[in-house]
Write a protein that binds this ligand. Structure first.
Ligand SMILES: Nc1ncnc2c1ncn2[C@@H]1O[C@H](COP(=O)(O)OP(=O)(O)OP(=O)(O)O)[C@@H](O)[C@H]1O
Length: 447
């Protein structure tokens, strides 16, 4: 149990808590598998009791807020808390973040830049043991920058002809699209893995296409090869995911959003399938069968810039898997999804309605507030706009809407223990800033 266990709790509205320890996301949690998120924030912005989030059950969490108000910082806090959970809970959980901005590799380093603030919260800075994966073709560039990373790739076989057309933005019914689909599908029928060279050979063996289409198809696949994300065999999921592990998949070098979405779709689909199998194994064990197999851990999948993957008015390559499997059905097999966006209005409406926890940092755009308001639960006594007004403009302040306890909470998210790589750069010398930070006297009422 966390050392900062709370004795009293002040939800902004609603709530059906009992006992001394209250946890968002699971009223039955009796004090194990807790993620320490921060403190209640009273209307005068003074500091209240501790706020925890349950990690024993799977959750669908939406984090939103305008630029620079704490989305990736909060995601980092959640990743830290998952990594610092005690055994045996930790061993049954794995965290994977799709890092679109390339900012989470810094979590290995303790957050000495906010040492003063951490001290006022009674928290020591701490680095995390993380594994950072990058597209296999980019590994050297990271090594040159002294960033320890591992190669990741997706088997070329995983993508259908039609998915390749979407990635390459080629009309499926154009001569080029017809050639791509025919070649890829004939290779997929053989069931063995294949390389880009195999695809290019197959393109030139095709007797029904003109040479211009063949030349264009070859060029496209040579370009895809240079992204370094696809290979013949691909990285097995077991290399990426293991119980107790925090994995960062840095896709920030991939400029093509369709490619990122394809990667997310494939990974999320595989995680979902593995968890379905693990759930069957779990049920068999519960029913008394003696089985040696180790279960695939319950996964927390974090995705920043979620509007790219589950957009409002279109369908990305990842929409179907994320909405229909992870969000709608993910809780049953034990797959948690944490999505973050600065533009809730650009997000598929199902994301808002299917999330059991909404963590909302400052928002000022009417469209974005409206998008959240439109699926506002009945137990919210005031409008979201009114709550956000009370919350004010403090970075890291958040309104949490918890569908389990049907309650709304105004929270100040705790400082990060590991280094946050997502903040805005400052023209001020970083060493000078650290000294200034330590000099700041924190008034008693804010401690
Ligand atoms: N809980 C917090 N406590 C203190 N400071 C915070 C907190 N959350 C965010 N901040 C400050 O706000 C800055 C911006 O936060 P963050 O990088 O999470 O923004 P963001 O919402 O992810 O922005 P973007 O949409 O640009 O990615 C951080 O670098 C940090 O200085």
């Amino acid at each position: 149990m966390h050392e900062r266990e709370s004795k009293d709790l002040r939800p902004a509205s609603g709530g059906k808590f009992g006992g001394t320890l209250r946890v968002l996301g699971n009223e039955e949690n009796n004090g194990e598998g807790l993620l320490f998120l921060g403190n209640y924030m009273a209307l005068d912005h003074s500091r209240g009791a501790d706020v925890y989030l349950d990690a024993l059950k799977p959750h669908a969490v939406l984090i939103c807020g305008k630029r620079g108000y704490g989305k990736s910082y909060t995601m980092g806090c959640m990743l830290e808390e998952l990594a610092f959970l005690p055994e045996p809970v930790k061993g049954n959980l794995a965290a994977l973040i799709i890092d679109t901005m390339g900012i989470f590799w810094t979590m290995r380093t303790p957050n000495s830049s906010e040492a003063g603030r951490l001290k006022s919260w009674g928290l020591p800075p701490a680095g995390l043991e993380i594994e950072v994966f990058v597209p296999a073709g980019n590994i050297e560039a990271y090594k040159k920058r002294n960033i320890e990373v591992k190669p990741f790739s997706i088997s070329i076989r995983e993508l259908s002809g039609s998915q390749w057309c979407r990635i390459l933005r080629v009309e499926e019914v154009s001569p080029l699209g017809i050639l791509l689909v025919r070649v890829v599908e004939s290779l997929r029928e053989k069931e063995d893995p294949y390389s880009f060279e195999d695809i290019i050979n197959e393109i030139f063996l095709d007797e029904r296409s003109d040479s211009a289409s063949k030349g264009a198809a070859e060029n496209y696949f040579r370009a895809v090869k240079s992204w370094g994300l696809f290979s013949k065999e691909g990285t097995p999921l077991s290399v990426l995911i293991a119980g107790g592990r925090t994995t960062i998949l840095d896709v920030s070098t991939l400029e093509n959003e369709n490619v990122c979405a394809a990667a997310v779709s494939i990974l999320a689909g595989r995680l979902y399938a593995e968890r379905l199998e693990a759930r069957r194994l779990y049920e068999k064990k519960q029913m008394g069968e003696k089985l040696e197999e180790k279960e695939f851990p319950m996964v927390w999948l974090f995705i920043d810039e979620a509007h790219i993957f589950v957009p409002a008015k279109a369908e990305s390559l990842a929409s179907e898997v994320l909405i229909n499997r992870c969000l709608r059905q993910g809780r049953q097999p034990g797959l948690s999804l944490v999505l973050a966006t600065q533009r809730p209005a650009s997000l598929h409406p199902d994301v808002v309605s299917q999330s059991d926890l909404l963590i909302c940092h400052r928002l000022t755009s009417s469209d974005d507030i409206l998008a959240l308001e439109s699926s506002r639960p009945l137990y919210m006594q005031e409008s979201l706009r009114a709550y956000l007004k009370k919350m004010g403009s403090e970075r890291g302040a958040a309104l949490i809407v918890d569908d389990h306890s049907e309650s709304v909470h105004m929270v100040r998210i705790r400082p990060r223990r590991s280094w946050h790589g997502g903040g805005e750069p400052s023209a001020l010398d970083p060493c000078k800033r650290e000294k200034e930070e330590i000099k700041i006297q924190i008034p008693e009422k804010f401690r």
